[in-house]
Design a protein around this ligand. Structure first.
Ligand code: ADP
Ligand code: ASP
Ligand code: MG
Length: 417
């Protein structure tokens, strides 16, 4: 069995959806489970609906119309006027409105998952109906009946035993299955696995089905040694070991979701990252090889980092007790720590504030600590660095922290503006 994953860029407009069909026709459709994300940037657009619903009701109508119009245009580009797909998609929008009208919860993360998940449900419905229309038989699965999670909304943890049990019993491996990435279910409620989590969904199915391979189809030739949107010259990495891929994902290489590799590594399932445009290219293979090939410096960029420097008000050393206190608070406010550096009296961390909690964190700690922060830092990580690589990053702004170990150099930069 093979698992394919198509992300938002693979289904961003009607031509892209047609191209997904072309990929499937070229690669064959038997014994395949296809995981698909929301179309284009629709998850961001659904996030704006959630924001509007929770905080800025006056923007709600426009935010909703944007998402509805996008899908309307998509369907108009793929189907005849009277096609039943219009009713199916309308039904989902009806469910969304129904949720908004009846919801009484104030838990933002819960609300988010109930609303944002429609991006994937609609996307897979459109692709599945389009494939059927052109004669590619397929089976649409509601992933929430398969991937069971805990109730940590927006960051749900998979109940592996239960999920494996259901998937092995219920998925028919002989046909073409189409399902949603990113989603799971806790009881009857939709959960999400974290932004960009569709890769992880592919990993979960692969693990549970003992798949032969996973292929992630991309708008790039494979995993490159840097993000081509940020760096001018990039090179394709042909082979990457699981360990190296985990390291790269850990440092923030957004091309593969960090949680995806572990389940594949456990079952020794190879992961291919290939271009959905150029089907002749082999792309990148992540497997049980050594390091990376070619062995060249790889750059990972994380923008929007907050650099925080913390020292105790009484000038006491920053050691175990107060560091552990600070970490407890970082954990409590879900601030993701990407780099740590400490000296005798100060402790610096570079964090990401995905859940908008930074102000609460500050309020909580300012009575005991002096906190200085800089909110617009960029963290550059270079795996397999050399001097030229470090110098090239220094050109980008003022380095405020530099940390080097045998394989990895990290620089926190205040960018030139
Ligand atoms: P999708 O969600 O459609 O799967 P993404 O947009 O999330 O795709 O990821 C593809 C993008 O990731 C590419 O267009 C590229 O700009 C970016 N990217 C970042 N780092 C890398 C890298 N090391 N190699 C290749 N692409 C990368
Ligand atoms: N649609 C979700 C997101 O944009 C999941 C994914 O694309 O992987 O985060
Ligand atoms: Mg993506």
């Amino acid at each position: 069995m093979r698992i394919f994953k198509f992300g938002g860029a693979s289904v961003k407009n009607p031509d892209a959806v047609k191209n997904v069909a072309r990929v499937l026709q070229h690669e064959g459709t038997e014994n395949t489970l296809v995981v698909i994300s929301a179309m284009g940037k629709m998850t961001n657009a659904f996030e704006r609906i959630v924001e509007a619903y929770c905080y800025k009701k006056e923007d709600l109508k426009e935010a909703l119309a944007f998402v509805q119009d996008f899908h309307q245009e998509m369907m108009d580009g793929l189907f005849q006027k009277e096609h039943e797909v219009y009713n199916k998609v309308n039904y989902f929008f009806g469910e969304l409105s129904g949720f908004m009208a009846t919801n009484t919860s104030e838990d933002y993360n819960y609300i988010y998952d109930q609303m944002v998940g429609f991006g994937e449900l609609i996307s897979t419905t459109i692709v599945s109906d389009y494939l059927s229309d052109i004669g590619i038989k397929n089976n649409w699965l509601d992933v929430r009946e398969y991937i069971k999670t805990d109730g940590s909304y927006r960051d749900a943890k998979v109940y592996w035993d239960l999920t494996k049990d259901i998937i092995t019993k219920k998925v028919d491996p002989s046909t073409l299955n189409i399902t949603q990435g990113f989603l799971g279910a806790y009881d009857e409620k939709t959960t999400t696995l974290g932004r960009e989590g569709s890769d992880y969904t592919a990993g979960i199915f692969a693990y549970c089905l003992h798949a032969d391979s996973v292929t992630i189809w991309k708008d790039v030739p494979g995993v490159l040694n840097a993000d081509p949107r940020v760096f001018e010259q990039t090179e394709l990495l042909k082979n990457i070991s699981y360990t190296e891929a985990i390291e790269m994902a850990f440092y923030g290489a957004s091309v593969i979701h960090p949680k995806t590799i572990q389940p594949l590594e456990q079952k020794q399932i190879p992961l291919f990252v290939r271009s959905f445009d150029d089907l002749q290219q082999e792309g990148t293979q992540v497997s049980n090889s050594e390091g990376i090939e070619p062995m060249i410096p790889c750059f990972i960029v994380k923008k929007n980092q907050i650099l925080i420097s913390i020292s105790a008000k009484d000038f006491s050393f920053m050691v175990e007790d107060n560091i552990s206190h600070v970490f407890k608070k970082l954990h409590q406010y879900k601030l993701k720590v990407n780099l740590i550096q400490n000296s005798a009296i100060s402790f610096s961390v570079c964090v990401e504030d995905k859940f908008n909690n930074y102000q609460h964190f500050l309020n909580d700690l300012t009575s005991s600590y002096t906190i200085k922060s800089y909110e617009n830092a960029t963290l550059y990580t270079i795996r397999h660095f050399d001097n030229d690589a470090i110098e090239s990053i220094k050109q980008k702004g003022r380095p405020v922290i530099r940390q080097i170990n045998t394989e990895t150099a990290q620089l926190v930069i205040q960018e030139n503006v």
